[in-house]
Write a protein that binds this ligand. Sequence first.
Ligand SMILES: [Ca+2]
Length: 391
Amino acid sequence: MHGRTAMAMALLPLFLLQPKRTSAQSPRPDTIGQRWTYDGLTGPYVAEVAATGLRVPFGLAFLPDGRALLSDRPTGRLALLDLRSGRVTALEGGPAVYDSIDAGMLDVVVHPDYARNGWVFYAFAERTDSGKTTVVERAQVRGSRLVDRQRLFAAYPAVATDFHFGARLALRDGYLFIGLGERHMQDLAQELWTDHGKIVRLFDDGRVPRDNPFVGRAGARPEIWSLGHRNPHGLAFHPTTGDLWESEHGPLGGDEVNVIRRGANYGWPEVTFGREYSGGFVGDGRTEAPGMEPPIHHYASSAALSGLAFYTGAAFPAWRGNLFMGAMTPRYLARLIITPGAPPREERMLLEQRWRVRVVQQGPDGFLYLGIERTHPSLDDGMIVRLRPGP
Ligand SMILES: [Ca+2]
């Protein structure tokens, strides 16, 4: 996302479900332990600062020992977060990261079998003589160092722009899915010779599965799983269906939530509900076309969706099965209530904070953790905030 201006929100056909805030605004800057209480639609909840001193916390993943891994995009670093004290310790031994505009250290995830194999996976932007691209590695965490780093993937080819690197990672059943932006070169999203604007699927050791949809097609990248994406910023498996869900940024409007199918084309830039930043149509302005998958949900005005998490915990029973995303341009946390056969309903949470929520993850305690970016040093520090049930 770049160059966007805040716009009035027009979220039809959603119902607008607006919670009301109950406690007074606290003075800035925010500090660890600072909290606000809200009357949500499903009951009271507390937003509590868990860590500060960050810039753009882009990825967040929990380790079995009560710590979390986070990425702080423009610093190019991964860090360990102690969830009890809020102490953040940068990890040494990471890769050299390119950090301009949309680049930097991107997503980080923990292998579902981490307790057995110790692998963590992370995506970052890399600069070489031929340009910049999105790279994925896996490594082990030993003390405060990354060790045994293995390079698994580099999106082909490296190009000159500093925009739309993605990236989000999701792991299940030995497969690694990577959501990649089209690098602000929109026609690449429809081209099978390049990884940009695609979701790719690898084994978790970086090998390409032979049953990927474009294996054996002349000129196609065999790692491609789906195409026609603009800039994925959320990727997660549905807790009951197992489907892979994705959120992506549109241009001016046209942010989407998609369910990702093998080999499917998600349309960008041939079909979109968004407009060019100038206000004109993208291409010939089509919003649907044969052979192109429609989003299951889209935003008519700019939402700048970031992160995607399904809630499954015990702390908020009323949220189970709901989908959470940051909406960074209007600046709220979206709770989507998805009912088959009906339009999603949305609760816009934390509107008064005007936080830019970059990432949402459910913690091992069942609380919801948000990575919030620094918008201005004297207003919002980059921080991690947890939502827990209120009194
Ligand atoms: Ca689309």
